[in-house]
Design a protein around this ligand. Sequence first.
Ligand SMILES: Cc1cc2nc3c(=O)[nH]c(=O)nc-3n(C[C@H](O)[C@H](O)[C@H](O)COP(=O)(O)OP(=O)(O)OC[C@H]3O[C@@H](n4cnc5c(N)ncnc54)[C@H](O)[C@@H]3O)c2cc1C
Length: 433
Amino acid sequence: MGTANYDLVVVGGGAAGLNAAFSCRERFPEKRVLLVDRESEIGYYRTLLPMFMAGNLTEDKLFFWKPGDDENLDTRLGVQVRTLDRTAKSLTLDSGETIGYARLILACGGHPVVPPVFERAVTPEGVFPVRGLSVAREIKDWLPDHRDIVVLGGGLVGSKTSVFLRLAGFGVTLVEKESHILPTVLSADTARPLQRHLENMGVQVKTSTTIDQFKADGNGAVTSVRLATGEWLPCGTFLVGIGSAPDLGFLQGAGLVEDGELIVSPTLQTVDPEIFGVGDAIYIRVAGGDKHNPWTWPQAVNQGKLAGANAFVTSPVPLKRTTRVNAQNIAGVPIMILGGPGVGSSVEARPGPGDGVWREFFMHDGRIVGGALVGDIAGAGPLHFTMAGGEDVSEVADDLLVPRTRAFGASAWSSLGQARRATIIPAKGNDGC
Ligand SMILES: Cc1cc2nc3c(=O)[nH]c(=O)nc-3n(C[C@H](O)[C@H](O)[C@H](O)COP(=O)(O)OP(=O)(O)OC[C@H]3O[C@@H](n4cnc5c(N)ncnc54)[C@H](O)[C@@H]3O)c2cc1C
């Protein structure tokens, strides 16, 4: 097989990779762009998979883009990139094809983490990771005959999945090893009303524990799982949502990975300035050495757009912010996540007014470094600008926690002024989550 040459090759057609390809095509229409993905279908909202599995959303509603929507964007789907040769500036695919590139964007996302209990034994039928569309289809077909569901992982993926399946009438137990759900983005106090809300809906929530054994029937299908506390739970479907880890095996020997991590600069360039990295696959190292990546859909979209625009310019632009407000609605409770707690941060929280309303900031040296609004999300944008401005707000932090406050920092007012003056560019329909 010969070599096909492209100006830009993007590895991964998720939120980050597709947006990188779109933005490069828009900015540099003369460039030849190829997108490679091992999934045979791309252009769908991963974030909506829990609704789809629960039968609340038809499959056509999952897609925001299909190959052929842009005839100048070439794709190779259902094929995996096996190796990268930086000297030859080429990739080899498992189809045997070699692809040459002038610029490369690595947007290869993450691979679901497998719980240790299934590493020691043959995985029974009825156990699925919640990550991609093909497995989500299998789950959807499996569920009607296996209605006792255990979801492992109380993060965003596990909590959303539990809620949608419970709303669809399934029996759901959510198991989280930390003391509360959403442990990477909420403090225990703020997570509590949300957890109560899930329990009121009929989701059984088991915290501070995990699964350490399972039983299967004669056909090899899971029938029950045991908590580390010794309690057995009936289980016909076991869904794993304990996170994902970047799958960087194909970069072995390419000199881009440091201690198992693909690290990029704020301009999203790796140590090789012609190779960029975006989305769940990377960490961004900022001045001072801290590494960031919130691994969310809005960040993946943002980073993809920037990398595509940076690919062929002589002075690449740095990412403005490594955080972005992330809106959620968990069974009627609106949540806005500003960012998780940083190392050494303290919590300032305030309940109400009203039931189920909680706001919190993670503070470091008087600055807001993260936080969340639960139940009432008014003012999330200006609060995010205040956080991004890095101002010392220790004197007004308590006022900022009140819904409909006007006590925002100076950087918020200046950013709001700019935002009002800026031209609003219509989204391609894939900014949501
Ligand atoms: C069920 C679920 C619900 C979620 N809900 C939310 C939410 O509500 N809000 C939110 O902000 N975030 C949510 N997330 C997280 C969000 O979806 C991810 O942060 C985002 O999709 C990451 O995009 P990405 O493009 O970096 O990676 P991915 O979407 O994982 O895309 C990477 C692509 O690269 C391909 N690939 C990898 N390696 C190779 C290779 N060697 N060769 C070829 N192709 C390769 C993969 O097949 C994949 O299609 C959710 C995630 C899941 C799984």
